[in-house]
Design a protein around this ligand. Structure first.
Ligand SMILES: [Zn+2]
Length: 125
């Protein structure tokens, strides 16, 4: 007989790592303080991530907006990378004919591996 199959899993608190001595077998925290700390840390992590993404979007928008202001419809990705552009960060993407059209709020563009083109700002929003 395999005794390991019958060993009871000893749950540990996700926050402090202490062994949970009592309660339901699926209990995840040793006390309410640990539960609160854990959930606050998870919420902070999520806010930090969202803030980081929002900053990347804002930087991309500023770069694209300056191109539009200069009347430019194309730009090399290498040039944009030097300015701090992050190619994978966008607010929309849709298919138009044979091309993908990317968007950063109201600025649309098409992209190859080396170039952004058809950069334009939507009107009448
Ligand atoms: Zn704990």
């Amino acid at each position: 007989m395999d005794y390991k199959k019958h060993e009871r899993h000893t749950p540990q608190c996700l926050e402090c790592g202490d062994i949970i001595m009592y309660g339901r077998s699926d209990k995840r925290f040793c006390c309410d303080d640990c539960k609160t700390k854990y959930h606050n840390a998870m919420a902070k992590k999520s806010r930090t991530y969202r803030t980081r993404v929002h900053k990347l979007i804002a930087r991309n928008y500023d770069i694209l907006n300056s191109l539009v202001s200069e009347g430019r419809e194309t730009a090399d990705v290498a040039e944009l990378l030097l300015l701090g552009f992050t190619p994978g960060v966008m607010t929309s993407c849709h298919r138009a004919g044979r091309h993908d059209v990317y968007g950063c709020y109201d600025i649309m563009y098409r992209m190859t591996g080396t170039k952004l083109y058809s950069i334009m700002k939507l009107k009448n929003l």
